[in-house]
Design a protein around this ligand. Structure first.
Ligand code: SAM
Length: 279
């Protein structure tokens, strides 16, 4: 049954507040499934199963599916639609309040995969939750706003490269799976979408002595986008110009560059060298 027919049968009216835009186009659905490289030993967390279009396909392919849905109205619909599968656990929960360690202990045997067409109002916190729980998660295939997807995959020098790109690429290999137009959803959202895949790393892309300091430097460097990295660091970290220049030189970075051209390795070197100048 497709989303339109399910809505009609169960009298569902999509909630804007909960970001309910149900997938009606099969092409992106199959691209997501293919990107997740599912096999019968996989355990999957789906966030926001909605009307179960993706959920049913996950149940067919994976060993186990845990689907977390915030909307209580959709739970009976999902129960009915998935009743022929015994490898699904439906949880009526807000994913943002979910304790991932507890979920993992209760439902999963090993690392799991996240597959989700996300409600866009929680894209960033969900991505950060995935990153922060990377020791439990193997991979995430998520449908998100196109603009955010471009920021996640952006390389240094690209206009979309920023703090989010660095934060995610530090802990995951990210690639863009496909772009998805608005007409793929019912009702159509106001923005275009894209599917990205995050393959979580065991460690980080570069060794870090001090993660907090690293992000402090990254945030300071990006703090004033039109300024050179030297000037941004000086004003955001309240440092003397001479000290910033010295740290940059020791890190092998030309201070007249802008933050959006610095690689993760260069940010790590900068954090290492600037440490001594910070109180
Ligand atoms: N997976 C379905 C599909 O592809 O058609 C629905 C996707 S729809 C974009 C997002 C879903 O997330 C909705 O079912 C919505 O109710 C649910 N949702 C919204 N906020 C949530 C939250 N905080 N926790 C869990 N689910 C949420």
């Amino acid at each position: 049954m497709n989303a339109r027919a399910i809505m009609r049968e169960f009298g569902i009216r999509p909630s804007k507040r909960l970001g309910q835009h149900f997938l009606i186009d099969e092409a992106p659905l199959y691209k997501m499934l293919e990107a997740a490289r599912l096999n019968e030993s996989d355990e999957v967390l789906e966030i926001g199963p909605g009307l179960g279009v993706l959920t049913l396909e996950l149940c067919r392919r994976a060993k186990k599916v845990v689907a977390v849905e915030k909307d209580p109205n959709l739970i009976p619909v999902l129960e009915k639609l998935t009743k022929s599968y015994n490898n699904i656990c439906l949880l009526r929960e807000d994913v943002l309040k979910l304790d991932m360690e507890k979920l993992w202990r209760e439902y999963f045997d090993g690392k799991f995969k996240v597959v989700a067409n996300l409600p866009y109002y929680i894209t960033s916190p969900v991505i950060m939750k995935i990153i922060n729980n990377r020791h439990l998660i193997e991979m995430a295939v998520i449908m998100i706003q196109k603009e955010v997807a471009h920021r996640l995959v952006a390389a240094p020098g690209n206009k979309d490269y920023g703090i989010l790109s660095v934060a995610v690429q530090l802990y995951a290999d990210v690639d863009l799976v496909c772009h998805v137009g608005r007409s793929a959803f019912l009702p159509p959202p106001k923005v275009d979408s894209a599917v990205v895949r995050l393959v979580l790393k065991e460690g980080s892309a570069v060794p870090l002595e001090d993660e907090r300091l690293f992000f402090k430097v990254v945030e300071a460097a990006f703090g004033e986008r039109r300024k050179t990295v030297k000037n941004s660091l000086r004003s955001r970290l309240s440092l003397f110009a001479g000290d910033v220049e010295e740290a940059l030189e020791r890190a092998g970075i030309d201070g007249s560059r802008r933050a959006e051209t610095l690689t993760i390795e260069e940010f790590a070197a900068l954090a290492r060298e600037i440490k001594d100048y910070l109180k």
